[in-house]
Design a protein around this ligand. Structure first.
Ligand code: LCS
Length: 393
């Protein structure tokens, strides 16, 4: 079924529709590493690109392809490249777009390893990186050098919930001939479509909202142009961080409910945020749905809803936060986010441990910051759980 002119929830279920000879209603798992050629000429034609038949699962596979075409349509992009993990997506993009002597400007608050691999590994190959608070355009412009090739932003940022203006970044990128890459993990295409605001590449950890059930790790990249698609796919295939057919099957199943999951999770998050905001033991809270968020208006402009991620700190600092995390019963004390279950974690010592203490503080990742990923359970139970844990602080 052609879904280009259909609504988002219809696309979730039917985009990139797959057909097979049996009329399967869902996409089967093609659990095979390799594919038979019809004859030697067909094999040669598949390799030269004259024929588009499947060759080898690292290069392409029907189950994986169905997911790639689905997500490309959801993000309004040219095509998708599925990867073994979100970090696989990020590394493939860095590999494709950066090289010895080039420079990247990135948000200072990004998922820890997305920054760590630039500082600790790409630096060994002569790639320079500057991390700035990208919520202010002047910081980005000041960091751009003659050898800057990429502007990389995460919005809302993990874990500070800072919101960066995608359209403004696209303008800056155009003026300076940079490729704008947006990590859209915290929103999913249900809430934000960076390519529509002028980004060149959008990527995700599909481990989070897109799959939504905390049962697989995976990633995906969607590009605006065929040129970027070819360049990045080449690096993913040669680097070997392809998605597996079973992962693709799982995420094809998960993505179908993205709309209803996100809607429910953000309704819950709004109520949880309102509860935390007025609680006497809470020192501060950052949630895009509260008017107290520093970029509340920008969030309203570029996001179709505030999402379900909350960052907050207790008046008693880290020690109080530790007590809270040790006393929740319903929320799981676990990293990751964006699943149907509510999760709580401490970024400074967990997800962002790869970043130096000084850089963490500069990026706003304070020691008291608690990250709360609100699930789709009954909100009364989520709030009761917070209440009883806060009583013990
Ligand atoms: N981008 C963002 C914004 C993320 O939050 C993560 C993982 C990644 C990329 C990497 O994706 P992965 O390779 O794990 O699929 N964030 C995690 C987090 O906050 N807790 O655990 C993982």
């Amino acid at each position: 079924m052609k879904t280009k002119d259909k609504g988002f929830n219809t696309k979730l279920i039917h985009a990139g529709a797959f057909e097979d000879e049996f009329g399967s209603a869902t996409v089967p798992i093609y659990q095979t590493s390799t594919f038979k050629f019809k004859n030697a000429q067909h094999g040669a034609d598949c390799f030269s690109g004259k024929s588009d038949g499947y060759i080898y699962t690292r290069i392409g596979n029907p189950t994986i392809r169905a997911f790639e075409q689905n997500i490309a349509e959801l993000e309004n992009g040219y095509d998708g490249i599925a990867t073994s993990s979100g970090m696989g997506a990020i590394t493939s993009v860095y590999m494709a777009l950066l090289g010895a002597g080039s420079h990247i400007v990135s948000s200072d608050a990004v998922y820890g390893p997305a920054r760590g691999i630039l500082e600790q590994d790409f630096s060994r190959f002569g790639v320079e990186a500057t991390f700035v608070n990208t919520t202010k355009a002047e910081n980005i412009i000041a960091a751009i050098k003659p050898n800057t090739k990429v502007l990389y932003i995460e919005t809302p940022a993990n874990p500070t919930m800072d919101i960066t203006d995608i359209a403004l970044c696209a303008d800056i990128a155009k003026k300076h001939n940079l490729i704008l890459v947006v990590d859209n993990t915290f929103c999913s295409p249900y809430l934000q479509k960076p390519l529509d605001f002028g980004a060149d590449v959008v990527l995700h950890s599909i481990t989070k909202f897109i799959n939504g059930h905390a049962d697989i790790v995976g990633g995906v990249i969607v590009t605006k142009t065929v040129e970027l698609y070819k360049k990045i796919r080449h690096c993913m295939v040669y680097n070997g961080c392809n998605m597996d057919p079973t992962q693709a099957f799982m995420v094809l199943r998960g993505v179908k409910t993205l709309g209803i999951r996100m809607q429910r999770a953000q309704e819950n998050a709004m109520k949880a945020a309102q509860f935390l905001q007025v609680h006497p033991k809470v020192g501060w809270i950052k949630y895009p749905g509260l008017e107290t968020h520093p970029q509340y208006a920008l969030g309203k402009k570029q996001m179709n809803g505030p999402g379900s991620m909350i960052s907050f700190g207790l008046k008693g600092g880290f020690e109080a936060g530790k007590k809270l995390m040790d006393n929740v019963h319903l929320a799981l004390l676990a990293v990751s986010l964006g699943g149907v279950e509510t999760l709580i974690q401490h970024p400074a010592s967990m997800t962002h441990a790869a970043i130096s203490k000084e850089d963490k503080l500069k990026a706003g990742i304070t020691d008291d910051l608690i990250r709360f990923s609100v699930g789709i359970e009954d909100i009364e139970d989520i709030i009761d759980d917070l209440k009883q844990a806060l009583d013990k602080v």
